[in-house]
Design a protein around this ligand. Structure first.
Ligand code: 4AD
Ligand code: MG
Length: 460
């Protein structure tokens, strides 16, 4: 007999004479002449209730159908007498597939998120994490849908690279050199003896390679893992995270901001429409008012404010911040949150940042002081998108290499894009986990990624 997923059983159009469910036991309650099993197979939040009559021969091993055990049940799908579910199964056979010990860590009582991180290999079996990872899967699918519907091509940019796109030096080195016996040349490590014959790293962004493809295929996106060796232990930073990075030829900063706003809204709308059960769960147990907040994001245009105006606004806010607000400094998370949560109370796109605080590739504005950069900030999180129009003029790009202390010879291929058919082009990176935090209300990035990589943590 073919297996039926719990979500399909619960959504059945009518009774079914013979059904096979294979799932894990969430709970068992024993009555006098029968037992109730609550089964979950991760296909949806709700459990399927199974009634096992004490007269059934298989009832002999009912004790083994303990919380956490895996079972196979055949029987009839019938309208449920109890409340809370439409259908239940009257068992005709019960097979214990894999027993579970009484020390199974996920017992019925609720567990703290901290505890669940310590059992990251079991937490997908909890209600919260089942919901989070179903949403994660759907949002990945919707991301592809968003771009594919608009003729963007999906490009797989490399994970191992020799360049530091963001220039922040937060790179994980990739090397096969023997740590105990590193080859030296003139007192320095001789990377010509390393695997790739040069220093190489895990990518911090697929952007530079994305630009190569955008200046050939027009509209492209990458969507993959990126790595940053930053030692920040916050609820919004991970050392391995996924990024959605579109790159568009013949597009300026305005078009870039429009695209960023439109994908954020698209993903919110898609989640509200396709993950109703999960969003209701988050709204009830994670963040009261989540649905209202998501609807609000979809309905209103994001506010757009220049960096200079944002700084003035913060300085005149009368608010005391831990970090002072100064023109020329990066906006800190407390500043970002003031803008979105207190002042505008909606998502905000900040644009035109001072050139000194931004990477080499951003396009210099006519004022020669600012670059055509933008960040989308959202309430509760701060920055979820960072992007820019790219410098397409070779002379200015070369000056940027110089001021950033980057050897332009290393970027000969990137410079070639400006030498042969250069075009204005723009793109951005949307942090996939930050987007998920926005969609679920989950407050810590460690809880929206299957296995979080943070300083000191690479278990599992
Ligand atoms: O602003 P960032 O550093 O921009 C870039 O990497 C550009 N090269 C992207 C581009 O233009 N193609 O990062 C983009 C986004 C941030 O807005 C944030 O959402 C996310 O990536 N992000 C992180 N997410 C989790 N943990 C971290 N450590 C992150 N660093 C950035
Ligand atoms: Mg950024």
């Amino acid at each position: 007999m073919q297996r039926t997923l719990v979500k399909h059983a619960l959504a059945s159009d009518g009774p079914v004479d013979s059904i096979l469910i294979q799932a894990w036991v969430r709970t068992r309650r024993d009555a006098k002449s029968f037992s109730f099993l609550e089964l979950n197979d991760g296909s949806c939040l709700k459990n399927l209730q199974v009634i096992v009559d004490a007269n059934l021969p298989d009832y002999l091993h009912i004790e083994k159908a303990a919380t956490g055990a895996s079972v196979g049940v055949t029987g009839k799908l019938v309208p449920s007498q109890g409340k809370g579910q439409s259908w239940e199964v009257i068992a005709e056979s019960l097979t214990i597939v894999g027993e579970s010990g009484t020390d199974y860590p996920l017992q019925k009582k609720g567990h703290s998120l901290e505890f669940l991180r310590e059992v990251a290999h079991l937490r997908p079996r909890s209600n919260l994490f089942g919901c989070v990872f179903r949403v994660r899967s759907r949002v990945a699918y919707a991301t592809h849908q968003f771009f594919q519907e608009q003729d963007f091509l999906y490009v797989h940019t490399p994970i191992i690279t020799a360049s530091d796109c963001e220039g922040a030096g937060e790179l994980f080195r990739v090397s096969t050199l023997e740590l105990k016996d590193v080859p030296l040349k003139d007192g320095e490590v001789d990377f010509s003896k390393d695997f790739f014959g040069r220093p190489s790293y895990l990518t911090v962004s697929g952007q530079l390679e994305g630009e190569v493809f955008a200046t050939a295929l027009s509209n492209i996106y990458t969507f993959g893992p990126t790595f940053r060796a930053e030692n920040s232990n916050t609820s919004r930073h991970a050392n391995e995270f996924w990024m959605i990075e579109p790159e568009v030829a013949f597009c300026d900063l305005e078009g870039d901001m429009d695209l960023a706003e439109s994908i954020v809204k698209y993903l919110v709308r898609d989640t509200l429409e396709h993950c109703k059960e999960e969003v209701d769960f988050f709204n009830q147990f994670v963040e009261k008012g989540l649905i209202e907040r998501l609807n609000f994001i979809v309905e209103r245009p994001f506010v757009r404010v220049s960096y200079a105006d944002a700084v003035t606004l913060l300085q005149q806010s009368g608010q005391t911040f831990e970090y002072p607000v100064e023109y020329g400094a990066n906006l800190q998370s407390e500043h970002e949150r003031y803008l979105t949560e207190v002042h505008y109370q909606c998502p905000v796109t900040v644009f035109n940042f001072p050139r000194e605080i931004k990477p080499f590739y951003m396009r210099l504005n006519d004022d020669e002081k600012t670059v055509a950069a933008m960040d989308v900030l959202v309430p509760g999180i701060g920055e979820i998108v960072g992007g820019s129009q790219r410098e397409e003029r070779l002379e200015i790009l070369d000056k940027n290499f110089e001021t950033h202390g980057i050897s332009k010879e290393d970027y000969w291929w990137y410079r070639d894009l400006r030498r042969y058919g250069s075009v204005p082009h723009s793109g951005f990176g949307l942090g996939f986990e930050r987007m998920l935090m926005l969609l679920t209300g989950v407050g810590n990035i460690r809880d929206v990624i299957p296995f979080a990589r943070t300083p000191g943590n690479a278990e599992f």
